[in-house]
Design a protein around this ligand. Structure first.
Ligand SMILES: Cc1ncc(COP(=O)(O)O)c(C=O)c1O
Length: 395
């Protein structure tokens, strides 16, 4: 059907290829290395069930009544304290609870991006972030990734040529590459933000999931110019279905984001915020997160050892220190969308790299693998099948 009646900002959006893949994955016996979910084995179902009952019986009115846009006060206080302890929340900042980290990206874009404003993004990047900036008519420009994060020479060359409004980065265990930005690059990015007068959205939903290497300071914690907006989330450490995230920004930006959130959903569901709050209060949150870390460490190591054993030499991969993804690159003019179609026939799925690029129609010789959801034996089977397909296309 013709869609001239629809606003330009939505007609340019493409359906997420990952969602299309999920439809296939859901329908059959396919081994999915395409997911972006945390492992469901980690969900604290029994604990949340008893907390939900307790909350509804003892504080049912608060849980079921309208709440405050900025967030349920006890949870917001905990989040603010944690962000302050980590140096992320400065005296000139404020923090709010959002409906997932995704909403913080949206609030940031809505607050900062006018039609045609340049948004520099990592290439590849998180599709939910890219689509968000697209929906506000931002002019997306991809900056290639290096082993230690975004190529800042390229970013600087762009800054000299065009006025950049916002740089969107996922510096720690990036989706989709698993790459972590080095401390030197974080510092240089901040310096460049002051020199070239742009803002930075630091999206950090995976930061707590480090299984090797040493922590690196967040960009926001080193920022004394008020140019960094920070997004965090409970999705990957408690449950994505609860849709509870958070963010911090300079007070004037925070104020505008709160007004935008009022328009979007008034507030994040009270019951969900109260569940997260009680879970953190009454249980050992660090021990809970450690379960995910231990599991992802084992699964990532398994995936890497299988790739090292089976993959042909023209396929290289990143070695993440945390998070849930790694990224594979083929040397040569391959189109991983086509390779993906062959793999699907052989019952294994991954995410073709083009879906995470600014130009999603351009053939891409890279792809994303997820290790948080498949079992160890499915990881081995899946990697073996992909490697057989790769060897065949590489002939
Ligand atoms: C980099 C990145 N940012 C943000 C999100 C959004 O997460 P949520 O809205 O569930 O907090 C995701 C989810 O996969 C992500 O990978």
């Amino acid at each position: 059907m013709a869609n001239e009646f629809m606003a330009d900002r939505v007609t340019s959006l493409k359906a997420s290829a990952i969602r299309e893949i999920f439809k296939m994955v859901g329908q059959s016996d396919i081994i999915s290395l395409a997911g972006g979910n945390p492992s469901a084995e980690i969900f604290p179902k029994e604990i949340l069930a008893s907390l939900a009952e307790k909350i509804l019986r003892e504080e049912g009115t608060t849980a079921l009544q309208y709440g405050v846009t900025e967030g349920y006060a006890p949870l917001r206080a905990k989040v603010k304290k944690d962000l302050k302890d980590k140096g992320i929340l400065h005296d000139t900042d404020d923090a709010l609870i959002t409906s997932g980290g995704q909403q913080l990206i949206d609030l940031c874009a809505k607050t900062l991006i006018n039609d045609g404003d340049v948004v520099a993004v990592e290439a590849p990047s998180f599709i939910g972030g890219l689509n968000c900036f697209r929906s506000y008519n931002g002019k997306l420009i991809g900056i290639d990734m290096e082993d230690d994060g975004m190529n800042l020479d390229r970013l600087e060359a762009l800054a000299k040529k065009e006025k950049i409004k916002l740089v969107y980065t996922i510096p720690t265990f990036q989706n989709p590459t698993g790459i972590t930005m080095s401390l030197e690059k974080r510092k240089r990015l901040l310096e460049m933000a002051s020199i070239y007068d742009f803002y930075i959205l630091e999206d950090n939903p995976y930061g707590a999931l480090r299984f090797s290497g040493a922590d690196i300071q967040t960009i926001k914690s080193m920022d004394d110019s008020g140019r960094v907006i920070y997004a965090g989330s409970f999705s990957k450490v408690i449950s994505p279905g609860l849709r509870v995230g958070f963010g911090a920004a300079r007070a004037d930006i925070f104020d505008r984001m709160v007004v935008c959130k009022q328009v979007q959903d008034v507030h994040t569901p009270c019951l969900n915020q109260m569940l997260v709050n009680k879970f953190i209060e009454e249980y050992d949150f660090d021990a809970h997160i450690k379960k995910s870390i231990d599991m992802y460490k084992e699964k990532c190591a398994k995936m890497i050892s299988c790739m090292d054993e089976y993959f042909p030499s023209f396929c290289t991969h990143t070695v993440p220190e945390g998070g849930i993804f790694l990224w594979c690159s083929l040397s040569g003019d391959y189109d991983t969308k086509k390779i993906m179609a062959e793999c699907i026939e052989k019952k294994v799925a991954f995410v073709p790299g083009a879906t995470a690029m600014v130009d999603i129609d351009k053939p891409c010789n890279q792809f994303r693998l997820n290790y948080s959801t498949p079992t160890l034996s499915d990881i081995e089977k899946g990697i073996f099948i992909i490697s057989e397909v790769l060897k065949n296309v590489g002939k």
